[in-house]
Design a protein around this ligand. Structure first.
Ligand SMILES: Nc1ncnc2c1ncn2[C@@H]1O[C@H](COP(=O)(O)OP(=O)(O)O)[C@@H](O)[C@H]1O
Ligand SMILES: [Mg+2]
Length: 193
């Protein structure tokens, strides 16, 4: 379950991973995009770290959402931002991680009009949340899911411009989403009581 404390911890861990892997994320975005995913995410998470993340789960998610939406130029800012905004709304009703993350998926789907299998961050989010439901999300599973995006052909976002040639490359947004779910694991959000 989410608590205001473990959300702050998770977002700090997410920021650490994004800053550490900023160049790698931009490298992944080079053959199938415009090479800015690492910079976009790093700029957004730095701004989140400068903001005051406090109050209820709703307040925290909302501050994170608004910061990402306003500070990230690329497609990923509004996508992660909308996910966090929907998670804010869901957190008014429940602290259950699976339910809140499902609201995040709905936000990404609504904003990006993509579905499973289009080589986007949803190819990480959807099966990761399925695994949470089954109580078996691990970092190994996250790695497998991220690697599996290599086989997909992009039909949404900038990577769709290279079409078939997007095959063979990990989707950068799936990789950054891997770091997000890994951070939730490490912060204890997904631990069953
Ligand atoms: N329509 C969409 N729905 C879901 N995710 C998307 C969509 N378009 C792009 N993405 C995600 O955003 C990532 C690219 O983010 P980024 O490079 O920061 O933005 P941009 O594509 O504007 O340069 C992709 O790897 C993909 O995971
Ligand atoms: Mg890009």
């Amino acid at each position: 379950m989410f608590t205001p404390e473990n959300l702050v911890e998770a977002i700090k861990l997410f920021n650490d991973k994004i800053q550490e892997n900023k160049n790698y994320l931009s490298e992944l975005d080079t053959p199938i995009g415009d090479g800015d995913h690492g910079n976009n995410m790093a700029r957004g998470l730095s701004a989140v770290m400068e903001a005051t993340i406090e109050g209820s789960l709703f307040d925290e998610f909302k501050t994170i959402a608004m910061t990402l939406i306003s500070k990230v130029g690329g497609a990923s800012g509004p996508l992660y931002g909308t996910a966090m905004l929907e998670m804010a709304k869901a957190s008014k009703e429940t602290d259950d991680a699976e339910t809140i993350l499902r609201a995040g998926i709905a936000g990404i789907e609504k904003r990006g009009k993509a579905t499973l299998g289009e080589k986007t961050m949803l190819d990480l989010w959807i099966p990761a949340v399925e695994a949470i439901k089954e109580g078996n999300l691990t970092s190994e599973r996250l790695t497998t899911l991220t690697d599996e995006t290599k086989d997909l052909v992009a039909t949404k976002g900038r990577a769709s411009y290279v079409g078939e040639r997007s095959k063979g490359h990990i989707d950068p947004g799936a990789m950054s989403s891997n770091y997000f779910f890994q951070s939730l694991l490490e912060a204890g959000v997904l631990t069953h009581e």
